[in-house]
Design a protein around this ligand. Structure first.
Ligand code: CDP
Length: 205
């Protein structure tokens, strides 16, 4: 039996942490769809044409190297505006969403475009300053040479590009539950998400 949890929201809002926590709690599979766009973005930085790169993308590429750099994030949000890039990635995401045993997908358009029929939809957000601080700490912990100001500017630029694009812009689905994590601990945000899923999950899953 399939059961889909769609978790959308802007950069560094806590989607990844919540999605991983939810997947571990319920034993669901998890797909970070941002990695697909990041992998295509990385290919374009290496000189590939974006649509061809999206069509040729393999699951192995998602595991190779560090896709979570600031440079690749920017490249990802640039390829993500191209309708044929998005179209090339739809089938993989939908098949993942409908696998047996439950799936959590996090991204920007999961509840609106990829899985409008998802049983649970969350839109996770936080102020740009809080998100930038979290991302700054994450990147610095890996030894990246970044400043708080650069990270905040990067987050704002990507948010604008992601929400203003004409194909699959980032926005909450009409039936999404909003979760503002600005003043929540990871544990509180996760508990809230788990509570929403408990309400919708069939007892047999
Ligand atoms: O981790 P973070 O929230 O910073 O970014 P991400 O989820 O890895 O996504 C990187 C970029 O991919 C975003 O800025 C979007 O432009 C794009 N993306 C998208 O367009 N649609 C998705 N479902 C997921 C990511």
């Amino acid at each position: 039996m399939s059961f889909t949890v769609a978790i959308d929201g802007p950069a560094a809002a806590g989607k990844g942490t919540i999605s991983k926590g939810v997947a571990a709690h319920f034993g669901f599979a998890h797909l970070d769809t941002g990695l697909l766009y990041r992998a295509v973005g990385r290919r374009t930085l290496q000189g590939d044409e974006p649509v061809a790169a999206a069509r040729a993308l393999t699951a192995e590429e998602l595991e190779q190297g560090d896709l979570r750099t600031a440079e690749i994030a920017q490249a990802a949000s640039k390829v993500a505006v191209i309708p044929d890039v998005r179209a090339a990635l739809v089938d993989f995401q939908r098949a993942f969403a409908r696998r047996a045993g439950g799936a959590v997908l996090d991204g920007r358009d999961i509840g609106t475009v990829i899985c409008p029929e998802a049983e649970v939809k969350l839109f996770v957000t936080a102020s740009a300053e809080v998100r930038a601080e979290r991302r700054f700490l994450e990147l610095s912990a890996k030894g990246a040479d970044v400043t708080r100001e650069q990270v905040l500017a990067d987050v704002r630029e990507r948010d604008a590009r992601d929400s203003e694009r004409s194909t699959a812009p980032m926005k909450p689905a009409d039936d999404a539950v909003l979760l503002d994590t600005s003043d929540l601990s990871i544990q509180d945000a996760l508990s809230h998400a788990i509570g929403q899923i408990e309400k919708a999950k069939p007892a047999t899953l």
